[in-house]
Design a binder for this molecule. Structure first.
Ligand code: GTQ
Length: 345
């Protein structure tokens, strides 16, 4: 119930007098911008099936040459925000990108942060800040704010990956722009080789790396091995999950969005508490049911769904013999930095 005065309660000529000098009364809109107890969320539980995306993306490969697209991407848009806004949530953008054999997506850099989660195909690479990162299924590759990046493909089959960017937030901040560049010179050295084991980091002549992003590629084989080791170490551990971190600082891998890999034990049902950040779930291996508010999604491999913030999510591994593996992206680093992070249990 809105107990406050409405705009219609005011004389129309008074409202017009206000508007003529760029003023508006707060009280008719106060409950809209500060609703009681729970925020208004436009983010709707939404699921995107890979079986729907893949043929349409391959069709885009026929319809639009890479030179005409720069990045050949179909955006996973949340209808709650309006499809044209190209948002999965308030701060997250999702896209499925296709690179055909021999194609090259030219070098550029931009203010939004991105990551890529490789879905299908071998032989592609992304060069980030001079480091050539090979792309295999399940690998996570960072292209943080301001770093040059370009994609190429030396293989024989189409390569498809999921892009996750904080573009909606950076755009809303009126801080989103890009710069095009020349093909990068690849420099020797790979962060994932230098930081091959947790707990031991390179001491370059007793100076620790000053790179803001010392590790750009997180191989799936390593993240999966970490999850399996974590699960085996403690059979009672309910949430078998790892966070993709910056190995020098131990903090989140990027500044705005958080990235995690979750293992669901065979047949496991896991309730994730209601926290303020919105989340995205993408199945790397297995079959998973996701219950989000009033929606129940059955996710096969490479399927993706999103959940609004302030809602609990229940994930179930539909296979009783094999574990399932889920990539999660969320808005936690942003919420924590802004001091609005909540866990409501
Ligand atoms: O690959 O650099 O999905 O710049 C959107 C913007 C991918 C990219 C996207 C981009 C990229």
């Amino acid at each position: 119930m809105n107990d406050l005065g409405r705009i219609e309660d005011l004389p129309a000529d008074y409202v017009q007098d206000l508007r003529n000098v760029n003023l508006v009364p707060l009280w008719p809109s106060l409950r809209g911008v500060l609703p009681p107890k729970v925020p208004t969320r436009q983010t709707q539980p939404t699921c995107w099936a890979y079986k729907d995306i893949k043929p349409l993306l391959l069709k885009a490969g026929e319809l639009t040459p890479i030179e005409k697209a720069e990045r050949r991407v179909l955006v996973l848009a949340n209808p709650g925000h309006g499809l044209d806004k190209m948002q999965a949530s308030a701060a997250m953008y999702l896209g499925m990108q296709l690179l055909m054999p021999g194609e090259w997506a030219p070098s550029h850099r931009h203010t939004p942060n991105a990551v890529r989660m490789v879905v299908e195909g071998e032989g592609a690479w992304t060069t980030v800040d001079g480091e050539k990162c090979p792309m295999s299924r399940g690998d996570l590759i960072l292209t943080p704010t301001g770093l040059w990046h370009e994609h190429g493909h030396d293989g024989t089959e189409p390569v498809i990956w999921l892009d996750v960017l904080d573009l909606p937030l950076v755009y809303y901040m009126e801080a989103s722009y890009h710069i095009n560049g020349d093909r990068q010179t690849v420099v020797p050295g790979q962060g994932d080789k230098q930081y091959a084991r947790g707990g031991v980091v390179p001491s370059h002549v007793f100076e620790r790396s000053k790179k803001a992003y010392p590790m750009l590629r997180y191989a799936w084989k390593d993240a999966k091995a970490a999850l399996e080791s974590l699960a085996a170490d403690d059979a009672g551990l309910e949430q078998v999950q790892v966070t993709y971190t910056n190995p020098e600082t131990g903090g989140d891998a990027e500044n705005i969005l958080g990235f995690y890999a979750l293992m669901l034990r065979p047949g496991q049902t896991l309730r994730l508490s209601a926290r303020s950040p919105a989340q995205v779930f993408h199945v790397i291996e297995g079959a998973v049911q996701a219950q989000i508010v009033a929606s129940t999604f059955t996710l096969a491999e490479a399927d993706t769904c999103c959940a609004p913030g302030y809602e609990a999510v229940t994930l179930s591994n539909l296979n009783t013999e094999q574990p399932a593996f889920v990539f999660i992206a969320d808005e936690s680093p942003l919420h924590r930095k802004l001091g609005v992070y909540e866990n409501r249990g």
